[in-house]
Design a protein around this ligand. Structure first.
Ligand SMILES: [Zn+2]
Length: 593
């Protein structure tokens, strides 16, 4: 059985406890790590989890902080070792659209506080250049002159995921010409080179394909395609063609640009000391990286993006240029710090990207049957599973194969629940009701739904106890109004299990209407997604049912009502969500009976 504690949104005490236990078994020095944050899209869907008594699918920041907004994405916080290979999801949050700056700030602050108190030494924070992350870091004072922020007196270096930056610079080169050191780089040159090269029997750059030159939606996401364009072979090929007068001399600018980006990315993507390219080897005290990074910073600072049609200077619109400068400065400061403080004698910069988080998202999608956008409950279940198990290998993702081992595997210890934190969830203990039955559903849609539900609740509750005293106040066999007509008409239905319909008295009917009104009011102003049934029960128990029999099981009736109403509310809300073209899908709409 998979334990429940990783399923809650937010920083759950139980998840943190498990992480703490695992950290204890890490080797010395392995606690130096990065905090990773990213969001994935979800498909809006609502689900009531009976065992947790919670609604999954609304905004959820954990610790009871929720809203009536539908969750459309999940923010995940992960930690990743820098000097040792390990990774661990820490928490997730269900958010509408994307997580706002204020919430992100709170989450970052809490995450750092928790992780440091568990004994981790977080030195950097990694994200992509999503506008909410950019705003967050700007609000924390991060800039090209200041590539870090401080919290509680500690510095955290800000790194924008280098693979994302590489794709950004490629996408911008497809739109604009880049001017640097009096030269011009343009995508046309790369296109022309490819056109000529692919016609040759033996090609200079055989890896380059149409997908590299005209990347569409999906191939635009693949880092590898961008990395293969900004490669030594394309730079060398362009230079060769110029030397042979097969291309204009101006293409040398493009060749140099390609070569510079190649070297800069290598510095951010170093891995093996056996790599033939120097910059792809780990940083060490004598390595050329710092020199190349300094050159890279100068390069991005002087780069100009020009609209080739209008001649307009677009440089200030390109977020990725500042992104590169901040990242390169952060990496060099981080390396200096680790080296000078004797924490590390070498640095593998590939450990600084957010690949493990992207691969984690890939695994989540895989768990839901390769669902591009899982629903919140599918996300939650997959997250819970992956929190504990070794992460699945994803080969189709847009990241280099994930070389990390999950912290779980590295530590190889059993999940232990903290003894002092026993689960306190009180689920609604109920017999399985038959309201999912098709016939019942049809009747729910009928005009007199409230009368029908009222009668249904009575019939079910009378199975627990009934007597003449109960019936005398709650049942009305004699009155002949419209409602009664409808019920007697319905009683002619052939289904014998519904033959015993009960006509509620006016007392019972007024009571049911009060239950319904209170229910609707509560759900429309839902403040938290946990303890949904428990809170409703408390609320509905305060409504007085005026009847003389002490043995009548009101509590059972209320629990049945709650289950039935929650079930139908979510069912109808989900139906709305699936209806194409419906507007205003931002909120959870609660419909009356
Ligand atoms: Zn009774």
């Amino acid at each position: 059985m998979v334990s429940r504690f990783a399923s809650e949104a937010g920083f759950s005490k139980k998840s943190l406890y498990v992480i703490q236990e695992r950290i204890k078994s890490l080797p010395a020095g392995a606690n130096v790590c990065s905090l990773l944050m990213d969001e994935m899209s979800l498909k809006s869907h609502l689900f009531y989890s009976l065992s947790d008594d919670s609604i999954v699918g609304l905004e959820d920041y954990g610790n009871g902080k929720s809203s009536c907004l539908l969750a459309t994405s999940a923010l995940v916080v992960m930690v990743r070792g820098i000097l040792y290979n390990w990774k661990q999801p820490v928490a997730y949050f269900l958010v509408n659209e994307s997580c706002g700056t204020t919430q992100l700030h709170t989450i970052l602050d809490e995450a750092l506080l928790h992780l440091e108190s568990l004994g981790l030494n977080v030195v950097s924070v990694v994200s992509d250049q999503g506008s909410n992350f950019l705003k967050l870091f700007a609000s924390l004072g991060v800039s090209p002159y200041h590539p870090y922020f401080e919290m509680r007196g500690k510095q955290y270096f800000t790194i924008f995921d280098p693979p994302h930056l590489l794709k950004s610079i490629r996408n911008n080169l497809m739109k604009y010409d880049f001017e640097f050191e009096g030269k011009i780089a343009c995508w046309q040159d790369i296109k022309l080179f490819y056109d000529k090269d692919q016609k040759l029997p033996i090609r200079v750059s055989p890896k380059i394909t149409d997908k590299h030159i005209n990347p569409n939606g999906f191939s635009k996401m693949k880092v590898k395609l961008a990395a293969q364009v900004f490669s030594h072979s394309v730079a060398a090929g362009l230079s060769t063609y110029v030397a042979l007068h097969a291309m204009p001399g101006s293409a040398l600018g493009t060749a140099q640009f390609v070569s510079k980006i190649d070297t800069i990315f290598d510095c951010c993507n170093s891995l093996s000391s056996r790599d033939p390219k120097f910059c792809r080897r780990p940083f060490s005290h004598s390595s050329p990286h710092m020199h190349e990074i300094t050159k890279g910073i100068d390069f991005f600072e002087s780069l100009k993006a020009i609209n080739r049609q209008t001649g307009e200077d677009r440089t200030s619109y390109l977020k990725c240029l500042n992104g590169w400068i901040i990242t390169l400065k952060a990496i060099s400061l981080l390396w200096r710090k680790l080296y000078s403080e004797g924490i590390a004698s070498f640095l593998i910069t590939r450990q600084l990207n957010q690949d493990p988080l992207e691969n984690f998202f890939g695994s989540i999608r895989q768990q839901g049957g390769n669902n591009d956008n899982p629903t919140p409950i599918q996300f939650q279940r997959a997250y819970k599973k992956l929190f504990h198990s070794n992460l699945l290998q994803v080969n189709t993702g847009n990241c280099e194969d994930d070389i990390d081992e999950s912290l779980v595997k590295l530590a190889n210890i059993k999940d232990t629940s903290p003894p002092d934190l026993t689960m306190t969830t009180n689920s609604l203990q109920l017999v399985t009701p038959d309201y999912r039955n098709e016939q019942f559903q049809n009747r729910m849609l009928a005009e007199n739904a409230i009368t029908y539900v009222s009668g249904y609740l009575l019939r079910k509750t009378f199975l627990k106890h009934t007597c003449n005293l109960c019936k005398s106040t709650l049942v009305d066999d004699d009155s002949y109004d419209d409602r009664r007509t409808l019920l007697s008409f319905k009683a002619y239905d052939s289904d014998s299990s519904y033959g015993g319909l009960i006509a509620p008295s006016n007392v019972m009917l007024q009571y049911t209407i009060q239950l319904e009104d209170t229910f609707i009011k509560h759900l429309r102003n839902l403040q938290k997604v946990t303890c949904v049934g428990r809170d409703l029960l408390q609320l509905l128990e305060s409504i007085h049912l005026d009847q003389p029999c002490d043995s009548f099981n009101t509590k059972y009736l209320l629990m049945l009502f709650i289950r039935l109403r929650v079930y139908y509310c979510l069912k109808f809300a989900n139906r709305e969500l699936r209806t194409p073209g419906r507007k205003n899908k931002k909120y959870f709409k609660v419909a009356h009976l």
